[in-house]
Design a protein around this ligand. Structure first.
Ligand code: PGA
Length: 253
């Protein structure tokens, strides 16, 4: 069954006190989520346990990390391993976000290694892809995302691929207030699903959850999520306000 997901990406925001307030505000809200609907909250590493404590019993809510390292353990000062995440009860992790690719030199290859490692350890990856403006303007966006997916995911076994969530986030729409139109999102999501279909077949492609990210707000979520291949959103700025994120969660179709 294809999951419909509202995922929050807090990025590098909130003090501990602010994080607790936001988590508690979300916890106090009642959501009427259907069986296939989920909410994932990706908080900064220091708040993972707090998020688990506050949201741990909330039905259909999951706590995610925003990254992890592509090595099992050892002398990698400052990095966080998959085993650390599982031992904290983390179930999901965002991998290959465009900000990580841009500022921390992550490549399709390293992101692909992380994807494989986290799945082996029972964590669900949210694999991010998406083009920058110049690529879209030169009409190369389909080809660009195609290569991100081939290089980042095609080494996976069918069983591993069936565990992946993909987030399409056009870089020109992230944090800019400039959302892709519902048509643009649908077109790319259908393209992504077809790439996966070509390699992994109908069942895995049809069950794949593909999230849209890039200036998702309460005011545009219903329109975006109504598209047949848009299965929810990965939400940055608008996930930092409980009331706004509530509207987005309630916009899941
Ligand atoms: P935004 O960020 O919603 O603030 O545009 C989305 C993301 O980067 O995941």
């Amino acid at each position: 069954m294809r999951r419909k997901i509202a995922a929050a990406n807090w990025k590098m925001n909130c003090t501990l006190q602010e994080a607790e307030d936001l988590l508690k505000a979300l916890n106090e809200k009642n959501f009427n989520l259907k069986d296939n609907q989920q909410v994932i909250i990706a908080v900064p590493f220091p708040y993972l346990l707090t998020a688990k404590q506050i949201l741990g019993d909330k039905p259909s809510f999951y706590v995610a990390a925003q990254n992890c390292y592509n090595k099992v353990c050892g002398a990698y000062t400052g990095e966080v391993s998959v085993a650390m995440l599982t031992s904290c009860g983390v179930t999901h992790v965002i991998l290959g976000h465009s900000e990580r690719r841009e500022y921390f030199n992550e490549t399709n290859k390293t992101v692909g290694q992380k994807v494989e490692l986290v799945i082996e350890n029972g964590i669900t990856p949210i694999f991010c892809c998406g083009e920058e403006l110049s690529i879209r303007e030169s009409d190369a966006h389909n080809r660009f995302v195609d290569s991100q997916i081939r290089e980042g995911l095609f080494h996976l076994s069918p069983d591993a691929m069936s565990k992946v969530i993909i987030a399409y986030e056009p870089i020109w729409a992230i944090g800019t207030g400039k959302t892709a139109t519902a048509d643009q999102a649908q077109e790319m999501h259908a393209h992504i699903r077809n790439i996966i279909r070509g390699k992994y077949g109908n069942e895995i492609a049809d069950n794949l959850t593909i999230l849209y990210g890039g200036s998702v707000k309460g005011s545009n979520a219903v329109e975006l999520f109504s598209e047949p291949d848009v299965d929810g959103g990965l939400v940055g700025g608008a996930s930092l306000k409980a009331d706004e994120f509530e509207i987005i969660i309630n916009s899941l179709r």
